[in-house]
Write a protein that binds this ligand. Structure first.
Ligand code: 6PG
Length: 247
């Protein structure tokens, strides 16, 4: 575990989701005060869904300075937004349609494009938003990640070729469940974030959580998430944490 990291264990997924929504609102308020905007990247999958719906409920609905929030995605399945597999489509239903977030501050990955073109398009959007020079990487204020039972995170799967990512912000890959074309932020982007929060729930994740948080390097993508300067937080429910002892 990197030095600046912490493990928070919540009894249930419901409490994990409330804690994660609280992180979102708190970081958004802090960033809005310090630098007038908050830039966050969201993962897909099932774990964060309840957190997303909580964001459209009190107290987080009122606590979050929505006009200052910019929502990006960690990864996306290459499908149209109306497809049930769409991470953006799910987030839209879960909270984006129910909060006062200006539409030009919602930045979905272009899943409906040819994957490589979509990756390039999203890279260009990130370069503009963060005012980057070639070779620079964006520093998100907060990134939420999930964890697959194989140790993948984002859409970075075991065996993926790291070297392909070193200079890229976004790459097109194929894999996961569903096994489809995907766009994903790269490790250099994840590790540039000011704060990375893993959300992991369920007994089926206990073994990979123990492996990922253990001292042994097992070359799974989740273990390569080591923020260069930022904080790393794992928010686990009791079941996902059942094989580790809280530090
Ligand atoms: C995706 C996700 C993916 C997810 C993990 C965990 O688009 O599939 O970003 O990386 O976070 O697979 O998924 P669950 O939360 O459904 O277990």
């Amino acid at each position: 575990m990197p030095l600046k990291s912490e493990i928070i264990i919540q009894e249930t997924l419901e409490r994990l989701s409330a804690a994660a929504a609280g992180f979102f609102a708190m970081r958004a308020r802090a960033c809005a005060q310090q630098k007038s905007r908050f830039t966050v990247a969201l993962s897909g999958g099932s774990t964060p869904r309840r957190m997303y719906t909580r964001l459209a409920e009190e107290p987080f609905l009122s606590e979050t300075p929505w006009p200052k929030v910019h929502v990006w995605w960690v990864d996306e399945r290459c499908v149209t937004p109306d497809n049930l597999w769409s991470n953006y489509g799910s987030a839209k239903k879960d909270f984006l349609d129910r909060v006062a977030l200006p539409t030009d501050q919602i930045h979905p990955m272009p899943g409906e494009m040819v994957p490589e073109l979509g990756a390039r398009r999203y890279e260009e959007a990130l370069m503009r938003h963060f005012e980057l020079k070639p070779g620079e990487f964006p520093a998100f204020d907060l990134i939420f990640l999930g964890l697959g039972t194989d140790g993948h995170t984002a859409s970075l799967f075991p065996g993926h070729e790291k070297r392909k990512q070193e200079k890229r912000l976004v790459v097109a890959v194929r894999g996961g469940e569903p096994n489809v074309d995907r766009l994903t932020l790269t490790l250099p982007v994840l590790n540039r974030a000011r704060h990375v929060v893993f959300l992991v729930s369920g007994r089926e994740k206990a073994e990979i959580v123990r492996a990922a948080l253990g001292p042994e390097k097992i070359s799974i993508p989740a273990q390569s998430v080591i923020p260069t300067k930022g904080r790393l937080t794992w928010i686990l429910d009791r079941q996902a944490a059942s094989l580790i002892s809280a530090q």
